[in-house]
Structures are given as C-alpha cells and as structure tokens.
Design a protein around this ligand. Structure first.
Ligand SMILES: [Zn+2]
Ligand SMILES: [Zn+2]
Length: 340
C-alpha cells in the first residue's frame, strides 16, 4: 500500500503545501533549529519530506521503541502502593484528554463541526497535544485522508485492508505516515500558531510531565497526608493514563471498523459500537459519523450515549464555541442508505 497519493498527486500537493504554508505561516516558517536540535521539529526530515511521503507503507522497527518505552514505564506503577489521589489524577487526565481528542482534534480540527475563536482554537490544539498523539494538524490531516479512502487501498489505517495490528498501531510506525499532510488542511495552515504547535508537538507533553512531577513533589512536602509523590503522579498521571488513552483512541481506527452494527450504507466497514462509544466518549458511533461526518453529535438518539456532545453543548451555552452543526433530518428518516 502506498501513502495514499499517486506521484502526480504528491507533486500537486507539494505545490499546494508550499503555497499554503508560505502564505500564512510566515513567522513559523522562519524558525530553523540548529543542526543538533532538528529532531525537535516534527516537520524536519533529513532526506526531504516528499521522499519520506513516497516511501512504501511499511513498519519501521525503530518507531516501535517509543511505544515500547511508554508501556514499560507504566509498569512500575502496578508494583508500588498507590494513593487515591494518583488514581483520581489518572482518571481525570484520561477524561480531559479523551475529550480533547474527540471534541477538538476530531470534531473541530478534522471536521469543523462547530466554530470558535482563534484563541480558543489555539487552546484546543494545546489541550489535545497533552494526549501525546502528535499535533492537531497531523492528526486532522490523516483523519481527513481516512475519510476520503475509508477501507480502500489508500486508507492509512484500515483493519479490513491491513489487519488489526496495522490499523491499531502499525500505521503510526511507518515512515511515510510521519509527515503532516498539509495539503489536506489549507484551512488550518492559515494559522501560524497552529503550525508552530504542530511542529513542536512535544511541548504540551513536556509541560504535562513537568507539572505532574513538580505537583507530586510539592504535595509530598506540604501535604504528606495525601501520601503521594512526584514519581507516583508521573507514573499514574502520565504513563498509565497515556497508555490507556492511546489504546482507547486507537480502538476507533481498529475495532470500530470490525465490531458493531451498521445503520447506514457507507461504502466502508465503519460500525456503531456501544462499548466503544462509552470508553471514547461518543466516538464509538462510528457508522453514524462516517455517514454524517459534519454533525457535531455522533450518537443520534438519546440512548446513543455521546458524552463529548453533551459537554460541547455546555461549551456552546457559555459562548466559547458556537454553531454546532446538527444531525441532518434525513438521518432519521428511512432513506435509501439506511439499513435499519
Ligand atoms: Zn473510520
Ligand atoms: Zn471523522
């Protein structure tokens, strides 16, 4: 499988990428790190970004190492006493980061299901960055690509085409999927601050790690009754929480194209799955979403629990976001593409 673009398309997209990035993201384009620090820039590829994009979609074993380390560093948490505070922080950080992925990276940046201010948009991108699933623009661009090619040859993470492991994690270990597909998100590259956060996507994670460790150390000193420490909050708040979050988000790419029911004929294998919807705060209504991608709501009925939508509705009442795009009326009628 290729990265999804023919060489001709890649050539055209290079032009578009150059024009969109150069046109809007002027100050961010002028940031060039010294030779030894270029690895901190997610847009830097030594052999050239187009060369990397045109590589065959095969796993690079060295790209499994960060995932392996992430999982290994979560393990010690289960071999030491744990405080209620640490469990609470773990659940809290899972919740706010899952919400950020579904509400902001997915429903806002990838699908523009609602509108917001430029400041809020930046905060949403940073908030989502705490999930350590790369930058908002990388995430949104690959997701748009998924919808254009769902369960077809070009789909970067189809379990139908490449199996469960590939769709769950393998595709993120392929070099060709590392560059941001800027050609698919010209509406987002207009904002240099978003491109900056996308290039330096490690910043939110670093802030989270430092905050957790420092908070734990302070609490150990000044509130010893809480029985926590910097190490404990780091292990539970970052490593355990991030590993669980990672697999739950990835289950939408893998499991929700395998297990569940199809309400709509969508020309792909997307499914509605109640359990996945619970753990991902609404993303499990994936067949609904594949059929009506621009709707802010993914659970179309009251029994289709969609926690993300409920919170977005609250956000809209405060004026932070507005114009939530509704589920079209036709979704509720017996139309030709409705199976049940
Ligand atoms: Zn899908
Ligand atoms: Zn989507």
């Amino acid at each position: 499988m290729t990265s999804g673009l023919t060489s001709n398309q890649a050539l055209q997209s290079t032009d578009l990428e150059d024009s969109t990035k150069a046109g809007a993201a002027s100050w961010v384009n002028s940031i060039v790190l010294p030779r030894g620090l270029k690895w901190l820039d997610s847009d830097y590829f030594g052999v050239g970004v187009e060369s990397v994009k045109s590589l065959p979609a095969q796993t690079n074993l060295s790209r499994w190492i960060p995932f392996l380390i992430l999982h290994l560093l979560a393990l010690p948490a289960f071999f030491m006493p744990v405080s209620p505070l640490a469990i609470g922080v773990c659940i809290f950080l899972y919740s706010i980061r899952m919400f950020a992925i579904t509400a902001f990276f997915h429903r806002y940046f990838a699908h523009k299901c609602f509108k917001t201010s430029r400041l809020a948009q930046f905060i949403f991108a940073f908030w989502g960055g705490l999930a350590v699933q790369r930058g908002a623009l990388w995430w949104a661009a690959h997701h748009r690509h998924h919808h254009k090619n769902s369960d077809k040859v070009g789909d970067v993470h189809s379990p139908v085409m490449r199996g469960f492991i590939w769709s769950h994690i393998g595709w993120i270990t392929a070099d060709c999927n590392m560059p941001t597909r800027y050609e698919l998100i010209p509406d987002l590259t207009r904002y240099p601050e978003l491109v900056f956060l996308n290039r330096f996507d490690w910043i939110p994670a670093a802030v989270l790690i430092i905050t957790l460790y420092a908070s734990g150390c302070l609490l150990q000193t000044y509130c010893p009754a809480l029985h926590t420490s910097g190490l404990e909050l780091l292990l539970w708040g970052f490593f355990v929480s991030t590993v669980v979050l990672f697999h739950c988000v990835c289950s939408i790419n893998s499991l929700s194209h395998i297990f569940g029911n199809q309400r709509y004929e969508t020309d792909d294998d997307s499914k509605n799955n109640f359990l996945l919807a619970l753990i991902t705060f609404g993303e499990g209504w994936h067949n609904n979403h594949h059929r009506y991608q621009s709707a802010a709501r993914q659970g179309f009925y009251w029994w289709e629990v969609d926690l993300t939508y409920y919170v977005l509705k609250l956000f809209s009442l405060t004026g932070i976001i507005w114009q939530l795009r509704p589920v079209p009326d036709e979704a509720y009628t017996k139309s030709q593409d409705r199976k049940v």
